[in-house]
Design a protein around this ligand. Sequence first.
Ligand SMILES: *[C@@H]1O[C@H](CO)[C@@H](O)[C@H](O)[C@H]1NC(C)=O
Ligand SMILES: *[C@@H]1O[C@H](CO)[C@@H](O)[C@H](O)[C@H]1NC(C)=O
Ligand SMILES: *[C@@H]1O[C@H](CO)[C@@H](O)[C@H](O)[C@H]1NC(C)=O
Ligand SMILES: *[C@@H]1O[C@H](CO)[C@@H](O)[C@H](O)[C@H]1NC(C)=O
Ligand SMILES: *[C@@H]1O[C@H](CO)[C@@H](O)[C@H](O)[C@H]1NC(C)=O
Ligand SMILES: *[C@@H]1O[C@H](CO)[C@@H](O)[C@H](O)[C@H]1NC(C)=O
Ligand SMILES: *[C@@H]1O[C@H](CO)[C@@H](O)[C@H](O)[C@H]1NC(C)=O
Ligand SMILES: *[C@@H]1O[C@H](CO)[C@@H](O)[C@H](O)[C@H]1NC(C)=O
Ligand SMILES: *[C@@H]1O[C@H](CO)[C@@H](O)[C@H](O)[C@H]1NC(C)=O
Ligand SMILES: *[C@@H]1O[C@H](CO)[C@@H](O)[C@H](O)[C@H]1NC(C)=O
Length: 883
Amino acid sequence: MRVLGTSFHFLVSLYAFCLLQFVIVGVSPITEKEILLQFKGNISSDPSNILRSWDPSKSPCQDYSGVFCNSDGNVVRIVLWNTGLGGVLSPALSGLKSLRIITLYGNKFTGNVPVEYGEIETLWKINLSSNALSGSIPEFLGDLPNIRFLDLSRNGYTGEIPSALFKNCYKTRFVSFAHNNLSGLIPVSIGNCLNLEGIDLSFNALTGLLPLEVCSSPRMMYLSVRSNMLSGGVLEQVSKCGSLDLLDLGSNMFTGSAPFEVLGVPNLTYFNTSWNQFQGEIPDIGTCSGKLEVLDVSGNALYGEIPPSITKCNGLKYLDLGFNRLNGSIPVGISDLKNLLVIRLANNSIEGTIPTEFGSIEWLEVLDLHNLRLGGEIPYEITKCKFLLEMDFSGNSLEGGIPQNLDNMTYLVILDLHHNQLNGSIPLTIGNLFNIHSLDFSENLLSGPIPSSLGNLKNLTHFNVSYNNLSGVIPSIQNIQQFGFSAFFHNPGLCGAPLENSCSGVTATPVTRKPKLSASAIVAIVAAALIVTGVCIITVINIKARGRKREDETMIVESTPLASTESNVIIGKLVLFSKSLPSKYEDWEAGTKALLDKECLIGGGSIGTVYKTTFEGGIAIAVKKLETLGRIRNQDEFEHEIGRLGNLQHPNLVAVQGYYWSSSMQLILLEFVSKGNLYDNLHGLGYPGTSTGSGNPELNWSRRFQIAVGTARALAYLHHDCKPPVLHLNIKSTNILLDENYTAKLSDYGLGKLLPLLENYGFTKIHNAVGYIAPELAQSSRLSDKCDVYSFGVILLELVTGRKPVESAAANEVVILCEYVRSLIETGLASDCFDRSLRGFVENELIQVMRLGLICTSEMPSRRPSMAEVVQVLESIRNGSES
Ligand SMILES: *[C@@H]1O[C@H](CO)[C@@H](O)[C@H](O)[C@H]1NC(C)=O
Ligand SMILES: *[C@@H]1O[C@H](CO)[C@@H](O)[C@H](O)[C@H]1NC(C)=O
Ligand SMILES: *[C@@H]1O[C@H](CO)[C@@H](O)[C@H](O)[C@H]1NC(C)=O
Ligand SMILES: *[C@@H]1O[C@H](CO)[C@@H](O)[C@H](O)[C@H]1NC(C)=O
Ligand SMILES: *[C@@H]1O[C@H](CO)[C@@H](O)[C@H](O)[C@H]1NC(C)=O
Ligand SMILES: *[C@@H]1O[C@H](CO)[C@@H](O)[C@H](O)[C@H]1NC(C)=O
Ligand SMILES: *[C@@H]1O[C@H](CO)[C@@H](O)[C@H](O)[C@H]1NC(C)=O
Ligand SMILES: *[C@@H]1O[C@H](CO)[C@@H](O)[C@H](O)[C@H]1NC(C)=O
Ligand SMILES: *[C@@H]1O[C@H](CO)[C@@H](O)[C@H](O)[C@H]1NC(C)=O
Ligand SMILES: *[C@@H]1O[C@H](CO)[C@@H](O)[C@H](O)[C@H]1NC(C)=O
């Protein structure tokens, strides 16, 4: 029995031992894998599929991406950054007993850090920056006995920073809660962190004082509280920070003296106390850190002179003393700071001259001296700063001329000299500043012409020479013309577009362009005519050339029949304004076949049918075949009318590329615009893919608004920039075409004379612009630009409401759009008019556009604004809602 008992006991022990072995050998690693798989289980989205490798059949330490183990096979680091992972942080991680580092920044984790993480005693570093965590800062993280680095920046944390967080933070070295929405005070318990090297609380809503304890740690190197609402003085607190590398107190409400003594801290590289309410003078600088690179005290109330001792900060790269009340003159010694890249002294009361020595700061990129009281001349030495990107001397009293050799600053992007007393002429060399984006010489005494070398500046986004004494013809180059009237006005001697005074005796752009002869195209157009008329005979043709003056612009081909005996004699003339159109016979032969093909029919209208024609090589144009000549009586008149249109160029006009005249047929060649007309896009008729009459869903409010602005600009151009003004008189949504970017392109402009005879205007049912026609035009044929304004107003209402200008709800009931909107607005129901298919718009914009539409459709023409005013109002609506 006993032996048996013993041996049984032995067997049981053996079994238990084996079992234990099994548990020790097999289960322990599986547990960490399971933990990781639970972590994965709480991840709801993994756009880059980074956790693909986290597979139950694989080994975490070897295969799982972002997982790192120690030599015992335990996970020590989880590093998955910028991978877009979404979901919650799994509490299971607390089971990883050797975990030291969690680096999960740049993901989309939501919720908060699970309380279980307070048990991971080994944790050393947590970086959860740039996630979507929320709630209050988890105070239990402060109890982690080994935590060194804690980064919860760029999340959605709210509430106060818990005081308990810094209860035992002896080992903590770096804490960041930047870019959250924290409020309340900075806890004084921060003083417990005696080894703290950095704290970043920037971009929150913290209030109160900077605690005295902030530099309790003698090792404090990085202190940023930028963009909070902290107040009070800082001198005492910061005086203890003897190891600072970076001090950023910018954009708070600190008062008293700025802590300039910190400049003497030997390792300081960055000092920013900008945009506070610091007062007093900049003291004489005794010692300055040789490592100091950034000194930014802008936007305070500092007064007195800039101390010459500032040159002791000889490593300075960035100096900003702007927006203070400094006076005196610019210390010449600043030019000894050879590392300077940026000097900003703007908006002070500094007098004197621009030191010529600035020219010796070899690497200078920004020199911003605007709104000072500087006089004297711009030193030509400044042009030695050949890496300068921005030069802003505006708002001073500088005299003399603009330096001639500006062009050796080839990198210049911004050149602003406006509001000075500069005289002389604009240097021709300006045209060599190829990188310039912004050029402002307005409000000076400049004379002479505007150099046409400005045409080289292709990247201009701001240009202004108004309020000077410039004279001569404004060069007709698009990249300066685009800035319109206001960029040039108040120069008594300037003339030509975009100003309204024409240049008597001088012509900027020749109105009539002399033709360039091309032989082949005539054959083609005749072929086209034959095809269209269904006569398939090709006649032998004699081509007659005309001399040419201007190259590349216009091509005219005239055809007269040879001594042909055929009865279908065709005498025609083709004029091409655009050089880009093909001029080979074969091209036209292929292209013109389209005119036979119903498939190519892309539109009709009050004056003709429009076909799309594609040439080999993919160039497409639209060909309008006129069905009426309206008031036009003969070929000369036709050519005169259409020839004028060839000179008009505006990004929101459908370009007229040529025409063809023969006694039996007239064609107008137009730029092809791909997305069809606004009417179809809004109301759906004929919009490809819809049979139900619903509009194009891509026509969102922002696009509609841009269409309104574009159309308005085109009309303003026709009314105000063209001499004589061009009236459209046939504005309707079918005449507003949309290109592939939904840019509006107005078509059928300048064809007023081709419209069906005016008497027909009275019968609005015949004219298919019904609903768009101004009442005075319908009643008395009084033509004025205000007729166009009326029609444009209807377009605005159409864009906002998505309704047609006239709808018949029931058999005998007709709803006139502007009357309908007016009645709804009067009863305060403006938003009832909005197009129901619109989403994601700023309601106020729609209401303002609608109001503008109603003003434009006033019964009295005199109440309607001009198109120039309409453009201004539209632009202000957008700017108003963007700011
Ligand atoms: C996280 O995963 C656990 C199971 O591992 C599950 O019980 C819990 O509901 C999950 N939480 C979320 C928010 O998905
Ligand atoms: C956390 O990650 C961000 C993003 O890379 C980094 O800028 C920050 O320095 C990291 N924080 C810590 C404490 O390492
Ligand atoms: C920040 O919190 C305040 C209230 O404390 C709140 O009004 C504000 O909307 C929050 N801002 C953000 C960006 O969450
Ligand atoms: C300055 O920096 C150096 C090197 O980073 C360091 O050794 C030194 O202790 C620092 N000095 C102070 C006063 O913090
Ligand atoms: C200094 O801080 C302000 C915010 O107050 C910031 O706009 C500016 O860019 C900072 N200056 C430098 C040189 O970083
Ligand atoms: C500068 O301003 C201070 C007071 O703000 C004044 O005492 C001083 O005379 C001024 N200096 C000059 C040169 O105007
Ligand atoms: C610029 O200085 C003037 C006084 O010279 C002051 O009135 C103005 O407010 C300052 N502008 C800014 C933005 O501080
Ligand atoms: C730019 O112009 C200045 C002044 O004439 C001249 O001294 C300098 O050598 C020029 N630099 C270059 C790169 O042409
Ligand atoms: C420009 O003005 C200065 C005085 O400010 C004068 O000496 C110079 O002659 C003027 N130059 C021209 C071209 O008018
Ligand atoms: C003009 O701007 C475009 C786009 O911003 C850029 O690619 C191009 O290099 C610029 N050209 C010049 C001459 O600066």
